[in-house]
Design a binder for this molecule. Structure first.
Ligand SMILES: [Zn+2]
Length: 198
């Protein structure tokens, strides 16, 4: 009984992290100059975050993905999952695209400018750009549905991990070591956010 109670208490202390790999199924997202699909890149990074949380981070977080395979989930269902799981943070993963060969990482927060979301975004952006060498484009504001519908429940951000339309950045995600590096940076950013709030 005591053991069970202890396990429940420890379990209860774990932060719930919802990682949302954007797009999926018939929605490929951006298509890279190297013909890679955004939907695959974001799922690779999300799965690596899941693996590393177990292997490298000693199961620090309770992590859930909004999709575990190549399927399309509605934006409302992604938000609903965060609500039902009582998530502590919601991180939507995307890759960018532009017509003018832009590069770098940027993070979006809903334009209601929720402070915790901004702090979370800045933590992940700093960690990623400092460790991986991506150009830092900043934390920006937008009215994305997935953020609008999730931010009432928990700090919510959308990470644009790099440009599929930039050759270097699209090729970056072809290497599993780079997928891993990005996953570590995002996890470190999430951890830095929680630690700063202790
Ligand atoms: Zn996207």
């Amino acid at each position: 009984m005591i053991l069970l109670l202890t396990i429940c208490l420890v379990y209860g202390q774990k932060k719930v992290v919802v990682i949302d790999p954007g797009h999926g199924g018939i929605d490929s997202g951006a298509i890279g100059v190297n013909c890679a699909y955004e939907k695959d890149v974001v799922l690779d990074v999300a799965n690596e975050i899941l693996n590393l949380n177990k292997s490298l981070f000693a199961d620090e977080f309770n992590i859930y993905l909004t999709r575990y395979s190549d399927t399309l989930i509605s934006l409302s269902d992604r938000s609903r999952l965060a609500k039902c799981l009582n998530a502590d943070v919601f991180v939507s993963l995307h890759c960018n695209a532009s017509e003018n060969n832009s590069r770098g990482m940027e993070i979006y927060v809903h334009h209601s400018k929720n402070k915790k979301s901004i702090t979370l975004g800045a933590s992940i952006l700093n960690e990623s750009t400092q460790k991986l060498g991506f150009e830092k484009r900043g934390v920006k504001f937008g009215n994305f549905q997935v953020l609008r519908e999730t931010v009432p429940y928990c700090p919510s951000i959308l990470v644009e991990m790099g440009f599929m339309t930039n050759e270097d950045e699209a090729d970056y995600f072809l290497k599993s070591t780079n997928i891993r590096a990005m996953a570590v940076a995002i996890l470190m950013g999430i951890m830095g956010y929680f630690n700063a709030r202790l």
